[in-house]
Design a protein around this ligand. Structure first.
Ligand SMILES: Cc1cc2nc3c(=O)[nH]c(=O)nc-3n(C[C@H](O)[C@H](O)[C@H](O)COP(=O)(O)OP(=O)(O)OC[C@H]3O[C@@H](n4cnc5c(N)ncnc54)[C@H](O)[C@@H]3O)c2cc1C
Ligand code: FES
Length: 1276
């Protein structure tokens, strides 16, 4: 965040992206970092404290960003509205929390100052009676330190004489770049004349990305950011002029103020631009990105260009030789990407926006994958001017982005429309003209061809109706045809109130000891370290003397023979020490015992992104630059990418199998109906915020190596490292302090980075580190397995399921790392929550030339459960009965037998469903949704309920279901140090285990500490995952603590009035060991896939969710209006953490079924490799109302203190969003006379939603025959 003083001496605070702010651009500004606003050692800033107390942190990697966005907002506006808080987080991402607790942390600062229930907050209730809902912490201000603006850091006095900083021409000379910062327009033009090829930058948000992504180096950079002539805003009689260096945040402010002053009809262009800016990036970008930068990126996604062209703006350009000239911003101005009429020596001084006329209308449209902080798939600026006092078109501008390299103007369409009346018959004509003007070939970059073309017509239709409404209201010209009330829904602009929420759980009994923390809601133990930035992740560790940096060299071919590798150019670069390849591996180049994959590909590569070698250099930047210079020659071989390709080529891994239950033929024979269906589920990137990272430090003796690796599987890491280095495992110590998000992706995939680092550290006997950039991480790491499910289901006329024959295909990528287990989990979960008497489940693992897919929260369960829900919704649509009726009819009852021969005991499905129906008021809302749909043609609502039954434990033979802990009690002060085999990655494991220890040892949590996980302290630990960590390690801690208590018992008996410290001291003086281990193995579990017998799961976690959505049938946008969740977590060990897990998992599942669509080129290269193109849910995507409650009176006899594992089970409750969307689409289809039974694959992207809502606009662009063109991307 950077504070800056403006000319009226007011200090403004801006949140910015550090990675896009070159240090030279900060000259004269004060930079505030997370460490600068508060600390655990001095005083926490109220923002830090409140986010920590609201449990707004899990892994904590995103937390400093949220704290600083909030801090910047509050410095500028101490009492913001909740809407402004949400807006300030548009550019921040969190993969763990689901955002709700972060927002709750900020609520006390807002003008509403209400808790998450909004108007339902206890402060608004007369009696303060909350019924059974406990008041959240945000309702009791006494829980927080008071806010005190005087405690804030002041703007540094030495910078207050700002004119000194801004009035001078500054030059910064670097190794590769010289940076000029002119202080006047003359200086700028002089520099441009002197260095015509220099890159001019303003906000650097376009160029900064380009430099990083494409490794471009500009020798001369000129920053126009501080040139006063380019910062001017002038309001004139017929236009407003905006300087080229005015930021988009300022532009928004200026236009809002101007539109408030001007008559409504004159400010219609202003309003269109303001509305477009709402969806333009996040505040961090808008705070620095400038008007000239957006115009001159010229990219097809530029949001402002479409409107600037449509509204007839023009620009002032200036150069030293030619002085100033003015040019209209029209189709001639934009030639192609980065090519305009602006000459090399010219700069853009200002853009002039005219005022609209009385009979003139203009609107902007933008459709993106994610509503907030995303670039457009298609955007548009459309303007019409009518002849005086008539509805006859005088002239029009129709400008569209997203269809070519730059914005396109539909000239002919506009020309043809001239003289036409604004009437319904214009729409089909216009759609035809637009299609002719804006052709798009099937192989156009970006793909989504039919969708993009449909959007053009759909946007025009929206524009047509909106203008028609205006004409009706102002009775302009001949009476305009009436807009049907059902059509009005096409014109509504999206606005959402700030999200509201409740969290309901049972309090601990009144008589529970205060020292006993079990069952109490408390935030994660390191929340304060995370909100203050004190929490250290591995790349934060200071560098040791002589530490080296490593960058991986990866394959650029999906399947090929390696002919040669030439690293000579790279080795000649400064600071480079070595290029490592398979020949440098001292032990085994095969990643044993994890899989048969190579550490460095030796002869063949099997996917793009496979590691071939690594460059080791003195600095990260040197190693990255050198890695790009390694040349690899390949001979390409045929590649298989998709599941369909693999089926055709019969490219399968062993490990598939079939499970049979009952008599399938008999089941189908007695069914009244048989239906077949198919469903595809895309993969998902883990997108943990901390990418893969390892730091290895050789100890110099006996081959010892200390390894700081962000892995969920330290024990496997140790084994595989020992094999690779050719040393005994006892020389390798894997240490894991905390992981910045794992979700399964940091189990075995962490070794892709770890092993090369260890090999380098051993070779050079020096510390080595590597942290992947996001694009490398996404390219290399794989993700959730894509699945194809094919099924045949038999059922009675009432809807009772009789038989299910299902085949599941998974796309494993090029090796089977977790694929057998993932497939197995999908196969056993394919019954979902439903009892089906006769079943056959076949699983097949496809071998393709993609990076190896990995474990991902839920393993294969989400894909299995998803298929079962699809069956239910298909059958319901076929029988034309409510899905809920069908679900209730077929749901498991107590002791129901699954197809893997396990009885569903303590079955709480019905309990969850009953509580959910009441909480969500489903029956009434179902009717309301139907009424809404009958009244609206272009917006549709849908509501759906999905239950979940999730088996907890690792499975297989059961060997993984074991865990150990080490407990030390220190005699000096009685403090306790615990170590255990699990890793903390944000799931709150350490916190829960400390709570368990507090109960057994009867001491407050403040006396207990968990520092880190280490293979030299607790060996042979199971991978952290499978929602089982608290069960296993919790029991291990409990047992260890019980041993300690047994040893202390004589001293407690001898001194019953003594304190903990007295008993510890007495035991020590008596020479009693105060250190012990605890060990636990889950009893009974163990399943044999060959015989389909044995206990597959230790117990089941149940839940149910109800979601209501609204879709825009014309664009495919959707919004989640409300989600209610009831979850059976047994007796929660920590309700705050469990609710965090439920909300976080739900939002991650929401991303999986809606936004997150991995796209591969037909050559096998992942196309969306970063936050710019791969969209995880943002703060604006959370449900408008988000209520979570625990099942009342639940318990669990099979896990610690009656609790249940909760990390994964709630993820697939997000299927309720998917099926609510499907419900809404089916209403749109019914209106259009289409069948309500249709296929919708996951994720339900805006494209899929739009194209499933078939209508006259989609009909214009029928899909081309597959195989007749080369698509831009394929679905794996
Ligand atoms: C996270 C993120 C989100 C984004 N979201 C959006 C979005 O929603 N919509 C959208 O349209 N764009 C988006 N962008 C793209 C980009 O931020 C915008 O186009 C932005 O307006 C560029 O402005 P800038 O000042 O940062 O340009 P810079 O990167 O500084 O420059 C861009 C180009 O303009 C030229 N230039 C700048 N000023 C002048 C001048 N005065 N005279 C001559 N040439 C000049 C530069 O030479 C360069 O070629 C996004 C980018 C990021 C990183
Ligand atoms: S807590 Fe936000 S990414 Fe982990």
């Amino acid at each position: 965040m950077k504070p800056r003083r403006n000319l009226n001496k007011k200090t403004n605070h801006y949140a910015i992206n550090a990675c896009l702010a070159p240090v030279c651009s900060l000259h004269g500004l004060a930079v505030t970092t997370i460490e600068g606003i508060g600390s655990s050692k001095t005083r926490l800033h109220p923002v830090q404290e409140r986010i920590a107390k609201a449990n707004g942190t899990q892994c904590g990697f995103c937390t400093p960003g949220f704290v600083l966005s909030a801090y910047a907002l509050l410095r500028n506006k101490p009492k913001p509205s909740m809407k402004e808080v949400e807006k300030s987080f548009q550019g921040n991402l969190c993969r763990c929390t689901g955002y709700r607790p972060i927002l709750d942390g900020l609520r006390p600062f807002t003008e509403e100052n209400l808790c998450g229930r909004g108007k339902e907050c206890c402060r608004n209730r007369e009696s303060g009676d909350l019924g059974e809902v406990p008041a959240p912490a945000s309702c009791s201000p006494s829980a927080y330190v008071p806010e005190d603006q005087t405690q804030e850091p002041i703007f540094p006095p030495e910078l207050q004489l700002q004119h000194d900083f801004s009035s001078k021409l500054l030059v910064f000379k670097g190794e590769r770049t010289t940076w000029y910062r002119p202080a006047t327009l003359d200086q700028l033009l002089e520099l441009k004349a002197q260095y015509p090829e220099a890159i001019l930058i303003t906000g650097n948000t376009e160029i900064g990305i380009e430099v990083r992504a494409r490794n471009i180096c500009y020798p001369v950079v000129i920053s126009a950011r501080h040139v006063p002539e380019l910062l001017q805003v002038k309001e004139e009689d017929s236009q407003i002029s905006i300087g080229g260096s005015v930021t988009l945040s300022t532009l928004e402010e200026v236009l809002i103020k101007a539109s408030e002053r001007l008559p409504e009809f004159q400010s219609r262009f202003h309003v269109a631009i303001i509305e477009m800016l709402r969806w333009f990036a996040g505040p961090q970008i808008r705070n620095v990105a400038c008007v000239a930068g957006n115009i001159l990126t010229t990219r097809r996604i530029s949001d402002l260009n479409t409107l600037f062209i449509a509204t007839g703006c023009y620009v002032t350009l200036a150069s030293k030789d030619q002085g100033q000239r003015k040019l209209p911003l029209d189709h001639n101005f934009f030639i192609s990407q980065r090519k305009t009429l602006v000459q090399e020596k010219e700069v853009l001084v200002a853009v002039h926006i005219p005022y609209s006329k009385k009979n003139e209308y203009c609107y902007g449209y933008k459709q993106a994958q994610r509503r907030e902080d995303d670039v457009a798939i298609v955007n548009a600026g459309i303007r019409v001017l009518f002849q005086d006092n008539s509805n006859v078109i005088d002239n029009m501008s129709l400008v569209f982005g997203g269809l070519a390299t730059t914005s396109l103007v539909a000239h002919n369409a506009a020309k043809q429309a001239q003289g036409r009346r604004w009437a319904d018959d214009l729409v089909p004509d216009m759609c035809r003209w637009l299609a002719d003007d804006l052709p798009l070939s099937q192989d156009a970059p970006g793909g989504q061809v039919e969708y993009r073309r449909t959007l053009v017509s759909s946007f025009f239709f929206k524009f047509y109706l909106t203008v028609q409404l205006h004409l009706m209201q102002c009775k302009q010209g001949q009476p305009a045809p009436k807009v049907l009330s059902s059509d009005m829904s096409a014109t509504h602009v999206f606005h959402r109130d700030p999200s509201r929420s409740t969290q309901v759980y049972e309090d601990v009994p009144d008589d529970q000891s205060l020292d006993d923390a079990v069952g109490r809601p408390m935030p994660t133990m390191s929340s304060v370290q995370q909100t203050t930035g004190e929490a250290q992740y591995y790349d934060d560790m200071p560098c040791a003397d002589g530490e080296l940096f490593l960058t991986l060299v990866t394959s650029t071919k999906a399947h090929a023979k390696i002919l040669s590798i030439d690293a000579n150019e790279a080795l000649a670069m400064p600071g480079v020490h070595a290029f490592l390849c398979h020949k440098d591996v001292p032990g085994s180049n095969i990643k044993r015992p994890v899989n048969e994959d190579e550490i460095f590909a030796s002869e063949e590569v099997h996917c793009i992104g496979q590691v071939i070698g690594a460059i080791v250099a003195n600095s990260r930047i040197q190693s990255q630059r050198a890695a790009k210079k390694v040349k690899v020659e390949y001979k390409e071989l045929p590649a298989v990418l998709t599941i369909e390709d693999a089926i055709k080529a019969e490219s399968f891994f062993p490990g598939g199998r079939t499970i049979v239950k009952g008599d399938l033929d008999k089941g189908f024979g007695q069914s009244d109906h048989v239906l077949e269906g198919e469903l595809r589920m895309s993969g998902q990137s883990h997108f943990y915020l901390e990418t893969h990272v390892t730091r290895a430090v050789p100890r110099g003796e006996d081959g010892e190596m200390e390894v700081f690796c962000a892995t969920q599987a330290p024990h496997f890491a140790q084994a595989v490292a020992a094999e690779a280095l050719g040393v005994p495992a006892n020389r390798i110590n894997i240490r894991v302090k905390r992981i910045g998000g794992g979700f399964g992706g940091k189990q075995t995939r962490a070794f892709v980075v770890m092993l090369p680092v260890l090999i380098a550290a051993k070779k050079f006997n020096r510390p080595v580190r590597c942290m992947l950039d996001r694009h490398e991480d996404m390219l290399i790491s794989g993700g959730r397995h894509p699945f194809l499910g094919k099924y045949k289901v038999g059922f009675s006329k009432e809807g009772r399921l009789e038989a299910l024959d299902v085949t599941l295909y998974s796309n494993a990528g090029h090796s089977t790392e977790a694929s057998v287990g993932v497939l197995d989990k999908a196969m056993v979960n394919v019954d979902g929550s439903y009892f089906i008497p006769n079943m056959r489940v076949t699983g097949i693992i496809c071998k393709t030339n993609l990076p190896s897919n990995a474990a991902f929260r839920g393993y294969g369960s989400p894909q299995g459960i998803f298929v079962s829900e699809n069956v239910m919704f298909d059958v319901a649509a076929y029988l034309d009965i409510a899905p809920l009726e069908l679900q209730a009819l077929n749901m498991y009852k107590e002791n129901g037998l699954t197809h893997y021969n396990q009885h569903v005991t303590n079955c709480n499905l019905q309990g969850c469903l009953d509580q959910l129906l009441e909480q969500s008021n489903y029956v009434t809302r179902r009717t309301e949704v139907d009424v809404f749909n009958s009244e609206n043609r272009w917006k549709k609502r849908g509501i759906a309920i999905t239950p979940t039954k999730y088996g907890v434990s690792y499975g297989g033979s059961g060997f993984l279901d074991q865990g150990a802990a080490l407990i030390h009690v220190y005699q000096g002060d009685g403090s306790v140090l615990i170590t255990h085999g699990g890793t903390e990655m944000g799931q709150g494991l350490h916190t829960k285990l400390i709570q368990i220890a507090s109960r057994v040892l009867k001491i407050p949590v403040s006396k207990i500490h968990i520092s880190e996980t280490s293979t030299s302290l607790v060996p042979n630990a199971t991978v952290s995952g499978a929602s089982s960590c608290s069960d296993i390690f919790g029991m291990a801690v409990l047992r260890g603590c019980e041993i300690i208590m047994d040893r202390l018992e004589p001293y407690i008996d001898a001194n019953p009035d003594g304190a903990w410290e007295d008993w510890v001291r007495a035991a020590y003086m008596d020479r009693v060991s105060l250190s012990t281990t605890g060990f636990y193995k889950t009893p009974d579990v163990g399943y044999d896939p060959k015989t389909n017998t044995g206990m597959r799961f230790n117990y089941f976690t149940f839940g149910a969710a109800c979601t209501e959505v609204e879709i825009d049938c014309l664009t495919g946008s959707h919004v989640v209006r409300r989600t209610d969740i009831v979850m059976d977590v047994g007796k929660s060990l920590n309700p705050m953490i469990d609710i965090g897990q439920i909300e976080g998992a739900f939002l991650q599942g929401y991303g999986f079924v809606t936004l997150e669509h991995l796209k591969y080129s037909p050559e096998g290269s992942l196309l969306n490799r970063g936050p710019g193109s791969y969209k995880i849910p943002g703060c604006g995507d959370i449900p408008g109302v988000f209520n979570v409650s625990f099942l009342k009176g639940a318990s669990n006899p099979r896990a610690i203190y009656s609790s249940k594992g909760v990390g994964e089970p709630p993820l697939m409750l997000a299927a309720s969003v998917f099926y609510a969307i499907k419900d809404a689409i089916s209403s749109a289809r019914a209106d259009a006379g289409k069948s309500r039974t249709f296929r919708l694959d996951s994720p339900a992207t805006s494209e899929r939603i739009r194209m499933a809502c078939e209508d006259q606009f989609t009909k214009q662009f029928p899909p081309s025959e597959p195989g007749t063109f080369k698509p831009w991307f394929v679905n794996a």
